[in-house]
Design a protein around this ligand. Structure first.
Ligand code: HEM
Length: 369
């Protein structure tokens, strides 16, 4: 009996061992199968990834090429912009020339990105120009960014302003494309950008400092800032937009040296300007031989000629021009540009190109062919 029990026990043990051996074997086979499966999935995935990467790179190359704007496209866009410029004529002036140039300037504060914060009062008045340009831009939006388009509008406006005008500057600024729009373009959802403020810019250091930090115009070359501010030869100020009133010279659509000549030759006195809300700001009013000329200068313009700071919070200066001295750093360039259009042209071109490429490396921009 004892023998039989032992035999049964041994048989059970053997059966258990056989079972274990088989299960283990099966398990082992499963692990191998799973490993094989894993390997093949991994290989498939790697191949798929490779294919996806090569497809994406092909597509992005095609996309870039498809999006690259050509010289022919640019010509068509310029024609559309010129049509808009000529469509609005107010007493012989073409206000869109100045509007498009100011838009080009404001878009590049903080980097040219096709975005303007219309809640920032420094941008007052630009909304209507953005809307007008959308008409033309809608036809070409697949080919270039809004940031590029606004710069093209500014450059085109400069060309129109110099057309059939012998006394005008012809800076012939090269249009380059490749700028990127911000996500919310044409609106701006980022931190409030800092613009030059007239009251705060009665000090030449503020003006030159603004152009250096914002557009990289070296502080050691004040002639660039003086040349760029000559854009105020175009257009005018609007009481309900900025609180100032009048134009810098009598030819608002012509980019001519009258801006510098007036700055030097007129008799300037400070005058109070009050908008509908009763805000008071001071501007300079020009007269000649005792007669008002209806021209004006901001503190930022006047400080290129005279040392007018300090000013109070409304921009009022204690200086009456007779009792304040010439601005040593910049007066010589005001005098130069008043008589030498070629010198102004060269410096303006350099400064304007810098301004309109703010935020980009040379390699990111291209000249359409
Ligand atoms: C310190 C720098 C600057 C200050 C303080 C300044 C200030 C102003 C102000 C207050 C206006 C009047 C806005 C209005 O009432 O409609 C104006 C207009 C204008 N600005 Fe400037 N500006 C500066 C630089 C520039 C630059 C660098 C450019 C272009 C390169 C420019 C181009 C213009 C143009 C063309 C207008 C006339 C706009 C129109 O007629 O609608 N400005 N600026």
């Amino acid at each position: 009996m004892q023998h039989t029990c032992t035999c049964i026990a041994i048989a059970i043990i053997i059966l258990i061992l056989i079972y274990l051996a088989e299960t283990n074997g099966k398990k082992h086979g499963c692990v191998e199968a799973i490993n094989d499966l894993r390997k093949s999935i991994h290989e498939d995935l790697t191949n798929m990834k490779k294919e996806i990467r090569s497809e994406l790179s092909k597509r992005s190359k095609q996309g870039k090429n498809a999006k690259k704007v050509t010289a022919k496209d640019v010509r068509k866009m310029r024609a559309g912009i010129i049509e808009h410029i000529n469509a609005k004529n107010i007493s012989g002036e073409l206000p869109r020339i100045a509007g498009f140039v100011r838009l080009a300037f404001h878009d590049c504060v903080g980097g040219c990105d096709g975005c303007i914060d219309l809640d920032n009062e420094e941008n007052n008045g630009l909304g209507e120009y953005i809307e007008e340009l959308e008409d033309v831009y809608a036809r070409f939006s697949r080919k270039l960014s809004r940031a590029d388009f606004w710069q093209l509008a500014g450059i085109t406006a400069l060309v129109v302003s110099g057309t059939d005008c012998r006394s005008c500057m012809h800076p012939d600024v090269q249009f380059m494309a490749g700028r990127k729009d911000c996500a919310a373009s044409p609106e701006y959802a980022g931190e409030m950008r800092k613009f030059p403020n007239n009251g705060g810019h009665a000090d030449i250091d503020d003006v030159l400092g603004f152009f250096e930090t914002t557009f990289g115009l070296p502080r050691s070359r004040p002639e660039l800032a003086v040349a760029l501010l000559g854009a105020h030869s175009l257009g005018r100020t609007h009481l309900n937009d900025s609180g100032f009133q009048g134009s810098w010279d009598s030819t608002q659509s012509k980019i001519d040296a009258l801006y510098y000549q007036d700055l030097l030759n007129l008799k300037w006195t400070q005058q109070e300007s009050k908008n509908n809300e009763g805000d008071v700001k001071f501007q300079w009013s020009g007269s000649f031989a005792g007669r008002s000329t209806n021209t004006m200068m901001l503190n930022a313009d006047m400080c290129l000629r005279k040392v007018i700071n300090p000013v109070d919070k409304n921009g009022h200066s204690a200086c009456t021009l007779n009792n304040c001295r010439d601005q040593p750093e910049t007066i010589k360039y005001v005098e130069l540009f008043a008589v030498n259009i070629t010198a102004w042209e060269q410096h303006f071109k350099e400064a304007y190109t810098k301004m309109t490429t703010t935020g980009y490396e040379k390699s990111q921009l291209y000249v359409p062919v």
